[in-house]
Design a protein around this ligand. Sequence first.
Ligand SMILES: [Fe+2]
Length: 730
Amino acid sequence: MHGALPAEVGRPTNGRVSVRRRELLRAIVVVATPGVFSACADANPLAAETPAADDSARFFPQSVASGDPRPRSAVFWTRVADPERADEDLPFEFELSLDDEFREILASHADSARADADGCVKIRVTELAPDTVYYYRFAYVRDAERRRSRVGRTRTAPAADADRAVTFAVVSCQDFGGKYYHALAHAAEQGVDFFLHLGDYVYESTGDPTFQAPTAGREVVFSHPEEALDRGEGSLAARSLGNYRDLYKTYRSDPDLQRLHETVPMIAVPDDHEFSNDCYGATANYTEGRENETDLERRRNADQAWFEFMPFDHVEDPARPLDAGRAFPDDLRLYRSFAFGRHLELVVTDLRRYRPDHVVPEDAFPGSVFLAEDAARELLGAVPDDAAPYVDIDAAEHADLRVDLATHAAAQGFDDERIRGLISVPWINGIFVAAGDEAPLDAENPEFERGYAVHQLLKTAEFSSAGARYLVAEAPFSALSKLRVTETDGASERLMGDEQRRWFVDTMMGSTRTWKVWGNEYTLMPRVIDLTTINFVPPEYQQRIVLTAEDWDGAPNDRDGLLTDIAGVENVVVFTGDLHAFFAGTPHPTGAPESRVIEFVSGSVSSTTWLTGIQAAIASEPNLPPGAALIAGLVGTLLQDPASKPNPHLAWLELQRNGYALVHAGADAVEVDLVLLRAGAANIPPAELTSDVESLFTPVRFRVRAGTRELEQLIEGTYRVWDRDTMSWL
Ligand SMILES: [Fe+2]
């Protein structure tokens, strides 16, 4: 299905281009520098032709790119660099043509690449013809000579009424250090109309031992490491604008990434690593709550570099590309939608900028009760069976207990000042027992009130991601998230923020195209494991556990609400990045499988795969019980366990392979290939491959037929439908 798309399809002859040259010129705007709009000018008539093979690499070290294709417009990008004229604005020219030899120049434009934008140039051209291949190039004008970039190719979107299928690649998570972009090389050969990048285009950290392994010659080296955050163990994280620019310049030095950009336009949204791992808003998450990590200047530096280096069209609000006059988060709007003919609406969201903190704070105190007995009755209708007894440690009757508890807890590394208010009896007893003392309280005493405490979330440390963003017990988490939603009128889970959420629902509801495709940064479908019958983990772990509360699994109420709000929209297909694993499934509002959508999670281009990442995280996480490593090895089986059926919507998974997704959206069906790279191959440089790139990849084919809400997999030549009841393909 995904054979090379004929480059000439839909291409008008020169005479049919709907705009005269003068009008086209008028439509060109330089937008690389925030707030700057330059008038057009004719090319320098004195400049002579000097084609030279190494000019492109020397003066355009990140080559060229195009993006945000629409029927009548696209954005063209380059970065002009001249080491002999650092810190100077550099004159450049841009040319657009229908042929790659530029026999006829449709448009040209001359301007300066500004030093304060690091030489980045973006040109938005309007009045283009729909569904048309264009070629473009830049020239750096020095000493009255033109030094040319490579020739780029782009393709505008089909007109809104065009009855043609659209093909695109979905990629995410392209860690650079010691990793290679075979997936991008493969995607570049598929003849797609565009590629969708769902984030982690760059990683802000260098040499993070939990998932990164840079090698000599394949690593990020900050030109000003003293400006970066020192994360210990030799790992730095970008902080200054220069640091973030270094990331993009280094990543885009890769020939396979350059080649993809030179041949296919991109539609991109950032996820967390364009700023900081597991971020929310302008807040990083490195210290697990020990420090305040909100840093508006760092966030702005990350945004500025993204804006400079991405061929992003701020068409939704052209008056404010990245507006220093506005406060975060309203200084940059990234969510937007695209129409590709009659059959594809592509809606891309921004799930990091407006989101609240995770529901369980990383510094939540393990002994504290978050849901007292009366509140549990009011919130849940009854006190749950697994509620824990608690005491008011500040009550006079517990004064002696409090003194001893504080002493023991402090010796075990807890801040004894935080032992206040309602404290869990099992936690108190555990502290005493760990100190070699006797448990002071009878947990079976019916006099005690009962509720939920933080440690029941499986958060045993005072500062930790375990029990907060990862590996959270489902029942108490469900109660806590419901409580917070009630207290905040929904804001605690509003991952899109209010304005974007309204826009998203309106756009999905209002689209008249066959397929409503949502480009979604992180996984939508629930991923729960049920350890109730697993006897090699401690008793408190023998229950249903949410693997990650960092993504949509951390916002179960808003997920239900959002899926309910769009339940009337037919033919919704969700593409997701972030997880470094492949999943296919049919998420739906709780209790309403008839309102399901279809989701494909695409694996990472090069980043450490999910299973390997989990195993490394467990090895480095001191707050996990014995048996955790064994559980990690079984996680795929547990997710699809046919006995406990924790995720009946989860039809297919692959946890150890890199790759990408290839999509073909037509009038009758969306066909999706999850394209798997041979295990381990992302660590092998292209020059050391012993086979051609094509033979490294294995596609697994799925299909969604219009009007069905059914996920089908091609198995031995026949499409079979995923059945949630039996968890099998029928
Ligand atoms: Fe990632």
